[in-house]
Design a protein around this ligand. Structure first.
Ligand SMILES: [Zn+2]
Length: 54
C-alpha cells in the first residue's frame, strides 16, 4: 500500500496483525494496521497519551 502522506511504499509483513504499527520508510509517518474485509488498511497511528481533539 502507499503512504497517504508521501505516496511512498509501505510494506506490510505477511504475518502482520491488526493494531501493528508500520512506518513509512520515506517520510517516517507511523500508521496502525486495521483489518478491512480480507486485507489490511492503515490509519494514522494514535499519538501517545490522550488525543488532542480536532
Ligand atoms: Zn510517507
Amino acid at each position: 500500500m502507499n503512504c497517504p502522506e508521501c505516496d511512498g511504499e509501505i510494506r506490510v509483513p505477511d504475518d502482520a496483525i491488526e493494531g501493528e504499527i508500520v512506518t513509512c520508510p520515506d517520510c517516517g509517518a507511523s500508521y496502525e494496521l486495521v483489518k478491512s474485509n480480507d486485507r489490511f488498511d492503515i490509519k494514522p497511528a494514535q499519538a501517545v497519551g490522550e488525543d488532542w481533539g480536532e
